[in-house]
Design a protein. Structure first.
Length: 298
């Protein structure tokens, strides 16, 4: 008896529709027309004899079984991708396509130094970058949207392998003349929590800063802003408060042409740890460790 199996294309269309929730945009993400994607999903439903998606003019709603099959399809696609990964891993090191997510408090400061070196030393590597906060980055890693994530620890990214690259010291940045820090740095007890500006929830740097300060009242009193470090620096430069910055941002010149001074935090845990993480048992582990070695060069 002949058994008809779903194609990888059909599964790809289904997962894209589940992730995006819109036929037109899902088709764009798959580089096909909307009619092609819709027909592919209908063929899949006909093949298995079950409705997976309820279609209305305004809403795309997956049935309960459709949700389960979409998640299973995601795992099948990930396994299929790993077949290619195994072949690449047996060939030239750091070659072919690789998708890496990078968190926003690392990407603008570290990548400009690293990418030219990677292009020079590994010209066959096609590194596709995605900048996003730690939560979505780790979710994308486990769902197979990306191959590895460059982030800061500690962070609960799930069941992953991690290569620590280097320690990134935290500094307090403040308008010049506002503080006179001792040579050893600024103690958390000397920080005026009502003047502290931090990134909002979703940015792990905020949690690292709060953990370094270890003062519960700072979490209650500090102002949380849904913006970038560059914007927070502009606010500090305009006298609206002070903030906590990573050393890599200072080294990259984030305070150039400002009237902001900085001093290291004199705390028990004054650093975050930059790391590259990837899924456990990935066939490209050697590639990721080689990449980690390049990223860790200072």
């Amino acid at each position: 008896m002949t058994t008809y199996l779903p194609t990888l294309k059909q599964l790809q269309y289904l997962v894209a529709l589940r992730d995006i929730g819109h036929f037109g945009r899902a088709a764009e993400a798959c580089f096909v027309t909307q009619s092609t994607l819709s027909a592919g999903i209908r063929e899949l439903e006909t093949l298995i004899g079950i409705t997976l998606v309820e279609r209305t003019r305004r809403v795309v709603r997956f049935t309960p079984l459709g949700e389960r099959i979409a998640e299973k399809a995601r795992r099948v696609l990930r396994e299929a991708e790993e077949l290619g990964d195994m072949a690449r891993a047996a060939g030239q090191p750091l070659s072919g396509e690789m998708r890496m997510s990078v968190i926003p408090t690392i990407a603008p400061f570290m990548l400009p130094q690293i990418l030219p070196r990677l292009r020079r030393d590994y010209p066959d590597l096609k590194l596709y970058l995605r900048e996003e906060p730690s939560g979505p980055a780790c979710e994308g890693l486990h769902q197979g949207r990306t191959d590895c994530v460059l982030l800061a620890l500690p962070y609960a990214c799930g069941d992953v392998e991690a290569a620590r690259l280097f320690e990134d010291r935290l500094y307090l940045a403040f308008p010049k003349g506002e503080l006179s820090p001792p040579a050893a740095g600024i103690r958390p007890s000397d920080i005026d929590e009502s003047r502290l500006l931090l990134l909002e929830d979703g940015h792990c740097l905020k949690d690292h800063a709060l953990a370094a300060c270890n003062r519960p009242e700072i979490r209650a009193e500090a102002t949380m802003l849904g913006t970038s470090l560059h914007t927070v620096v502009q606010m500090v430069d305009n006298g609206l408060g002070m903030t906590i910055l990573p050393e890599m941002a200072l080294d990259a010149g984030i305070l150039e042409r400002t009237h902001i001074a900085s001093a290291p935090l004199a705390a028990d845990n004054p650093s975050r740890h930059i790391a590259l993480v990837w899924r456990k048992a990935s066939p490209r582990e050697k590639d990721f460790r080689l990449l980690a070695g390049v990223l860790g060069e200072r």
